[in-house]
Write a protein that binds this ligand. Structure first.
Ligand code: ADP
Ligand code: MG
Length: 251
């Protein structure tokens, strides 16, 4: 079973008169428990793909399955509900609420979960702040924390819903190298210990090298799939269709 399955998905954006083909015919299956990197230059479609997997946005065509359930035709409310149970998000710019403390930020996504009691909420906040090493900073607001600490709060917040998948869009891009490495190490430890599936985007080769699965993107398409083999990657390159071959040329 795949935790995420993407079946011939395309995504277009309308920009005034112009149509931007952000993703073109993406097909991909993600096994549970993997630490998957999506790599590619800026503009290749990484964020668009993560937003579709995270049900923040809908595909123009094709289908997306989360835990083998088709999410393509769900309503906005159903998607919000699915997100609050199954998906944790980590962003490049942390996206913490500035007026809330670290603990309150971690608690925040649990507030819309009627199945999680106030006691359980508190237990989860304490537990996940401890996992990311921030118990002592529970009452600090984001502006009283360093960049690395803010990203740790964001990781705790993502985990607090006990998601099937954590999606992280360039999680180390706003951090210095050493802090970025620490954050990645922490994500990987959590992946190994809690078996949470991580899907993260990056264009940093050092970050890619921590992954155990790789999807390479370019111009809205997948150009290669990689499986780690010790220190090297077994890369399977996706054949680019020559123009006119069984599909119309795209421009
Ligand atoms: P990446 O995250 O790899 O840098 P994105 O997914 O952000 O790439 O963007 C892929 C392409 O889609 C780019 O050409 C970008 O300009 C375009 N794009 C992304 N979001 C929008 C949007 N909301 N409106 C118009 N174009 C967009
Ligand atoms: Mg991006």
């Amino acid at each position: 079973m795949s935790v995420v399955r993407i079946d011939h998905v395309s995504k277009d954006f309308q920009l005034g008169e112009q149509t931007v083909h952000a993703l073109h015919d993406i097909t991909l299956a993600v096994e549970p428990g993997v630490f998957l990197a999506i790599s590619g230059p800026s503009g290749s479609g990484k964020t668009t793909l993560l937003n579709l997997i995270g049900c923040i946005d809908k595909p123009t065509s094709g289908k997306i399955y989360i835990n083998e359930q088709d999410v393509s035709s769900r309503t906005a409310n159903e998607l919000a509900d699915l997100r609050s149970r199954s998906i944790g998000f980590i962003f490049q710019t942390f996206n913490l609420l500035p007026v809330l403390s670290a603990a309150e930020n971690v608690e925040y996504p649990l507030l819309r979960r009627s199945d999680v009691s106030p006691e359980d909420r508190k237990r989860r906040v304490d537990y996940f702040l401890d996992i990311v090493g921030l118990s002592k900073y529970a009452n600090n607001r984001p502006n009283q924390l360093s960049g690395g600490q803010r990203q740790r709060v964001a990781i705790a917040r993502a985990l607090a819903v006990k998601p099937a998948i954590v999606l992280a869009d360039e999680p180390t891009a706003n951090l210095d190298k050493a802090t970025g490495r620490e954050i990645l190490k922490l994500m990987k430890q959590i992946n190994r210990h809690l078996k949470t599936t991580f899907i993260f985007s990056t264009h940093d080769q050092k970050v890619i090298d921590h992954a155990d699965r790789l999807v390479q993107m370019e111009d809205g398409t997948i150009t290669a799939f990689g499986v780690r083999n010790g220190k090297t990657w077994n890369l399977a390159h996706v054949r680019n269709l020559p123009e006119g071959d069984d599909e119309e040329a795209s421009q």
